[in-house]
Design a protein around this ligand. Structure first.
Ligand SMILES: CC(C)(COP(=O)(O)OP(=O)(O)OC[C@H]1O[C@@H](n2cnc3c(N)ncnc32)[C@H](O)[C@@H]1OP(=O)(O)O)[C@@H](O)C(=O)NCCC(=O)NCCS
Length: 289
């Protein structure tokens, strides 16, 4: 049966007449290398200031265009999760709880040695997925907590015209005007309040609170129980540790790490690690995982 598909899918199909995916160069190792290269200082990150996330309801905005992808995905659709580790299983649970996908499966390098992970079937490797032609109703998402790896894999899949899912656990509370970006997950009990913007490939983990008007760039991970007070900005690929608090209006730069339990009371520069209460810089050469 042919299912309605998303705006994002058909946009990609229009751009690329024929989808021909070579398995050469598509291995996870190659992607890891690409991620490492990106983190070496020439990253194409834009800061939240540079890449202001528009208010979500304005016509023509990025979020507005993404809406059809969320609204037109039907039950009976298929979700392929890249990875089969702990985070991938959490994403699978959230996807199942949302009721938006009937078929949920893993693609992982352990295919051949493992048949399933936590009861979810492992049906192939990433290369197996990339050898398929994207089809209506079939979405993918990256089940990795490593920010660089997640972004590199997402870029590779989008270049191959795959439609990235956005997975939202039904117990998450999200302001009606907020549409987390493609490939993002919002897990159980998380709260995202009015005016907040969440980029692509982000993880808003269990019980995290993103207060009003926060701006999170692409591939950010906010760990369980972290609290971002109002108007906080977080640069791409940064990792906010579990149960940390970032006071209102502060800025965390790109590819930085905030330690578990930290209370951040000052801006944190790019590529830094900060921890403690009050948070102090413990490194200025971070590579956020
Ligand atoms: C901040 C963090 C990334 C540092 O890791 P690291 O680079 O391996 O640092 P180390 O363990 O070598 O510690 C370096 C110093 O920072 C201190 N430190 C590390 N983490 C700290 C934290 N969360 N709070 C306070 N101090 C911390 C250590 O005590 C050590 O101090 P010392 O030099 O005086 O002995 C890590 O400890 C952390 O908090 N990670 C977040 C974990 C998390 O939230 N997981 C959720 C996953 S969903």
């Amino acid at each position: 049966m042919s299912l309605p598909t998303s705006w994002a899918y058909w946009r990609n199909v229009c751009r690329t007449e024929t989808v021909r995916i070579s398995s050469a160069g598509s291995s996870l190792n190659a992607l890891d290398e690409a991620a490492r290269d990106q983190s070496a200082g020439t990253d194409s990150c834009t800061s939240p200031d540079d890449r202001a996330l528009p208010s979500q309801t304005s016509p023509g905005s990025r979020q507005f265009k993404r809406m059809p992808s969320i609204l037109t995905t039907q039950c009976n659709a298929r979700l392929s999760i890249i990875g089969a580790g702990g985070h991938a299983r959490v994403v699978a649970d959230a996807a199942r709880a949302s009721g938006r996908w009937d078929d949920i499966e893993f693609y992982d390098e352990t295919f051949g040695q493992e048949r399933d992970s936590g009861g979810w079937p492992i049906v192939g490797t990433l290369d197996h997925l990339l050898q398929q032609t994207p089809s209506p109703g079939h979405q993918v998402i990256i089940g990795s907590g490593d920010n660089h790896r997640r972004r590199a894999l997402q870029t590779r899949l989008q270049e191959a015209c795959w439609d990235m899912a956005t997975v939202i656990h039904p117990s998450a509370i999200i302001s009606q005007n907020c549409a987390p970006g493609a490939g993002s997950v919002v897990l159980a009990g998380a709260i995202i309040n009015a005016g907040a913007g969440i980029g692509d490939a982000a993880i808003i983990n269990s019980g995290a609170i993103i207060e009003h008007d926060c701006r999170l760039a692409d591939a950010v991970h906010v760990s369980p129980g972290a609290v971002l007070c109002g108007k906080v900005r977080v640069g791409c690929l940064s990792w906010i540790g579990a149960a940390s608090v970032i006071l209102q209006t502060l800025k965390v730069g790109q590819q930085s790490i905030i330690g578990a339990g930290a209370v951040v009371i000052n801006d944190i520069p790019d590529f830094s690690v900060a921890a403690g209460n009050p948070a102090r810089l413990i490194s200025t050469q971070a590579r956020a995982a």
